[in-house]
Design a binder for this molecule. Structure first.
Ligand SMILES: [Zn+2]
Length: 152
């Protein structure tokens, strides 16, 4: 699977769920659609994990900040949508794909390009419900200039 196909899968999900323009992207409706519970636990050094047996459940680390948990949740949703749990062995490329998927559903490209020139990174992070670092990386990846506020 190419990176572009991962992005298209993410954009299709957001469109089909009717979530385009809903920021921060609500993730729980997506999990509900997937028939998946979301549970917070102390997972020690682990970000999150998906347990597909019984009632499928995504576990998130309650020690982590809300924005980080949101990214982890979007990442786990990516694994599910991309069918990663149907193969025997996880590969590093799957982690990369799940991260790309997560960035795409949390910071949809069109909306990001719309707001990037008029918001600084703190504003973008708050707008999309992501960490400052995630917003900065997204700006770099999409090569969006700006990072300032328009002066009137
Ligand atoms: Zn993963």
């Amino acid at each position: 699977m190419t990176h572009q196909k991962v992005r298209i899968a993410a954009r299709t999900l957001i469109r089909e769920m009717g979530l385009l323009g809903s920021n921060p992207t609500p993730l729980l409706p997506i999990c509900a659609e997937l028939g998946c519970r979301v549970v917070k636990r102390d997972l020690g050094g682990i970000d999150g994990l998906f347990v597909p047996v019984g009632h499928p459940t995504i576990f998130l680390n309650e020690r982590h900040a809300r924005t980080r948990r949101r990214f982890t949740l979007a990442h786990e949703v990516g694994h599910i949508i991309l069918g990663h749990y149907q193969v025997a062995h996880a590969e590093p490329v799957m982690e990369r794909h799940a991260d790309i998927f997560a960035a795409e559903i949390l910071m949809p490209v069109q909306e990001f390009r719309r707001v990037a020139p008029i918001m600084d990174d703190d504003g973008i992070a708050e707008y999309f419900g992501v960490s400052l670092r995630a917003a900065q990386i997204r700006r770099e990846v999409l090569r969006c200039p700006g990072g300032g506020v328009i002066a009137f």
